[in-house]
Every structure is written in structure tokens, then in C-alpha cells.
Write a protein that binds this ligand. Sequence first.
Ligand code: NAP
Ligand code: ZN
Length: 349
Amino acid sequence: MTLPTRSYAAQSATTPLAPFQFERRDPRSDDVVIDILYCGVCHSDIHQARNEWGGSVFPMVPGHEIVGRVSAVGKDVTQFKVGDTVGVGCLVDSCQHCASCNAGLEQYCEEGGTWTYNAKDRRDGTATQGGYSERIVVSDKFVVSISEKLDLKAAAPLLCAGITTWSPLRHWNVGKGSKVAVIGLGGLGHMGLKFAKAMGADVTLFTRSPGKEEEARRLGADHVVLSTDEKQMAAVARQFEFILDTVPNPHDLNPYLNTLALNGTLCLVGQLQPLDPPVQAASVVLGRRSIAGSAIGGIAETQEMLDFCAEHNIVSDIEVINMQDINAAYERVVKSDVRYRFVIDMASL
Ligand code: NAP
Ligand code: ZN
């Protein structure tokens, strides 16, 4: 017996999202059944629904910033019970025995983690489908607890935008007095500002959008640099220990590399395509600078981030939408007109 589930799906890379009904699996012994309350809208949803990364499988129900309430659990589940508020992010399974999984870094699973949607369930081969739906069924190891202290709708983006910015900031030891910059003030970028500030860093935002300066300061930026202004860029040469680059499309890294201090690191989280134009190796060599990358975060680390957020009352700045408004929301994200994350109220479905 499966669970008929209403959702919004893309039927192809060129069709708008539209109502779609499919079956969720009957819960396995380790599964948690979650009634979805809210789901954030990540730029990755758009990349995949429009097949911008290649290999998309349709029909596709996007959504990997999921907050909901447990409605049933399999017989072996001990960590969660009916009524708990929980979250699911970008991963719903992994091999759970490789070196990465053993280190709690399921997102770097050597056999490839199972993504929440646009992937195949590794146990039964069925298509995984995401959070733009009324419920989801997920193995308990990939479910995290969310404190009722948090505004649940504003907590949804923590499951992807939150952990994707938290993990590199922690990995590169950002802390009190670190000089950090974030590139791009969208869903990821605004969480980057909040976390870097909460960790005690001196925080700069690079933006192409002159209108975002005041809000950036409210969100945690100590300084704002308009990246299209060469003078402003020159004024911050050799400043930053760490730059978190959230730009979603291929862009020139060279102007930003010049703003890294000796030994500084620029970490890509947004762009998956080849670097273009080429990186000036001299700028990397002569400053002992690094270009790095980072993907979401492990499950234990996601729980640690959520607990930090509950303690420090950190959530996302959101605009709540109805499920029916999703296509218009996508257009606004593409135009960088999102303040700073859309979240779908699933009751509208
Ligand atoms: P978003 O809300 O659209 O924010 C991106 C921001 O980047 C925009 O608001 C804009 O900020 C800036 N920007 C956009 N296009 C640009 C361009 N061509 N050149 C320079 N700046 C540009 O997107 P998001 O949801 O934060 O996601 C950002 C990227 O991260 C996406 O590619 C997404 O797929 C990826 N992602 C990666 C991971 C991971 O694990 N690594 C996880 C989640 C998402 P300004 O207006 O301030 O310039
Ligand atoms: Zn995402």
C-alpha cells in the first residue's frame, strides 16, 4: 500500500511547474513519514527543473528545504515520534560505509549520496521526489530535529541555504576577528552574512545590486562593496582571509582573488560549471591563495547548525508564497529579486 501524494512537478525542462499526483512508498522499518508544512525555494531547484546542470529526470518534484511534522514512523525508528517537528535537506540516503560517510560527511559519499529529488532511491530504484509536496518518507538517519522555538517557516531554508554556508565557514575556521567576504546577496548569501557575523567575523558583502546595501548591513555586513565598481574593488585588495562565493552562474573570479589576503581561500558553492574566464594563476601563486569548493554539509553537522540557530535565534529572511505562485517566484529568483528566500506554505496545496 503506497501513499497518494499531491505535489507540483516539472514535466520537462521547458514546462512550468504544475499539479502532479504520485505515490510515496509505504514506510520501511527505518522510515519517518513527514507531513510537510513548509518548503524553501533554492536556486538549485531552478537549475535542476530547467536541466541547467544536465541529466535531469522528469517528472520532477523539486524542493530540499523541508520542514514538517512526523505523522508515522517505521518499527525500528527510535529517534523520532509522531508529532515531532523535523527537517529534511538535500540528502535522503548514502552508502553509509565509505570513508566520507564514516566521517559524517554523507554529502561526499564515495558511492554518491541519494539526493532528495532528481535521483534514484538506492534501495528500490524508484525516483526520489522533493518537498513541493504534501508529505515525504525518509530514512531516520537523514531526518533532523527542529526546535519549536524557531519560526518554522523561516527555519526551512536552514536545511540547504543554512548548512551550505555554515559548513564552509566552520571548515575554514571562521571566528572572532576573521576577515570574511560573501559574494552575492541571495538565499545562500544572506545566511552567510548572518552566520559569519554570529561567529564573530568582520563581514563584507560583494554585490552587483546597489539597492541591497542597507539590508545587507541589517543582515550582518559590516562593509558593502559594489563589485561592478573597480575603485571599490581596488580599495579592498589583499583584505580577506576567506571569501564565500554564492554566485549561481559562471563569472570572473580574478577580481575577487585579488581581494584575498596572503594564504586566503575563495570557496565556491554556487557555480558547478568550468571556470570561465580562466583564472590568472599568477594571482594564486604569488599570494599563496586557494580556490576551493564545498557542498551542503553532513547530517550531524546540519543538526549542530540547527541547534546553534535555536540557541541564537537565527532563521532566514523569507517571503511566504502559495504553491500556485511557484513559477512567478522562479522568475524573481533568476532576476536576483528575492528578499531573501521564498518559502512555500504547503497548506496552500
Ligand atoms: P540566489 O538566491 O539566486 O542568490 C544568488 C545571488 O548571487 C543573487 O541574489 C545575486 O546577488 C548574485 N548573482 C546572481 N547572478 C550573478 C552573476 N551572474 N554574477 C554575479 N552575481 C550574481 O541563489 P541561491 O539559492 O543563494 O543559490 C546560489 C547558488 O548556490 C546556486 O547556483 C545554487 O544552485 C547553489 N547551491 C549550492 C549548494 C552547494 O551545496 N554547494 C547548495 C545550495 C545551493 P547580488 O544581487 O547581491 O549580486
Ligand atoms: Zn538548495
